[in-house]
Design a protein. Structure first.
Length: 221
């Protein structure tokens, strides 16, 4: 059976990652969380106290940065960092880090390599526009900001992190704004993407809609 590339883009907190993961499971495809790659680099920059205006330090840090995935999630230079990349500290810095063209160049190249074999579901902000402009299926996810903030709060709570919902909403909106207005690969819907508003959909509904679309594309010949 034909194996396709599925690009899932959209605003922060629309449930892209959880949806993409389940779609990949249902199709037995590989799931790649590209946001986790930007988060891992952000975590590394925080640890190494990299000054985001210092091109040489950024370059040196990226030269020593290998990102892979295992069952638990993202792996940075051989160490699983999934538990360290979803903090508010990373949330606050990740948009600035992902606006740096040098960072994007390195990560996009790695993402394209992963997608070469097809049979991949990748979620992010520029997957349908920049990473895989030829993706067989592109989905753009949106949702009401209050609903997104509530979902993010519950996700943080499930990890034992308590955060005020207004602080979370503010961060989501700030990231939407920064991600949509940056010069390099801004977040925008690809012309040939299918838009799905997840405000009133259950996770099961949204996964099913995307799997159905994928099956149509797979059988399109
Ligand atoms: O999907 P996420 O919230 O984990 O992504 C974290 C940040 O990474 C997001 O605010 C913008 C950036 N990002 C990006 O610029 N391009 C991508 N393909 C994925 C994420």
């Amino acid at each position: 059976m034909k194996r396709i590339v599925i690009a899932l883009d959209g605003f922060s907190g629309t449930g892209k990652s959880s949806t993409a993961k389940q779609v990949a499971e249902k199709l037995s495809y590989q799931y790649i969380d590209s946001g986790a790659m930007y988060r891992a680099v952000t975590h590394l920059f925080i640890e190494k106290k990299v000054d985001l205006t210092d091109t040489k330090s950024i370059e040196a840090c990226l030269d020593d940065c290998e990102i892979t995935f295992d069952r638990e999630g993202v792996v940075l230079n051989g160490h699983g960092v999934e538990g360290k990349i979803r903090t508010m500290e990373v949330n606050k810095k990740v948009s600035a880090v992902s606006a740096i063209s040098m960072v994007r160049r390195v990560l996009v190249e790695q993402q394209q390599k992963i997608g070469e074999g097809k049979g991949v579901v990748m979620d992010g902000r520029d997957i349908g526009t920049v990473v895989f402009p030829q993706a067989d299926l592109k989905v753009f996810m949106t949702a009401d900001a209050d609903i997104r903030a509530r979902r993010r709060m519950l996700e943080l709570q499930s990890k034992g992190i308590e955060e005020d919902i207004e602080v979370i909403k503010h961060n989501l909106l700030q990231r939407d704004q920064a991600d949509s207005t940056r010069e390099d690969s801004p977040l925008k819907m690809a012309e040939d993407a299918v838009e799905i508003d997840t405000s009133n959909l259950t996770m099961e509904d949204q996964v099913k809609r995307i799997v159905d679309l994928a099956k149509e594309r797979i059988h399109e010949g």
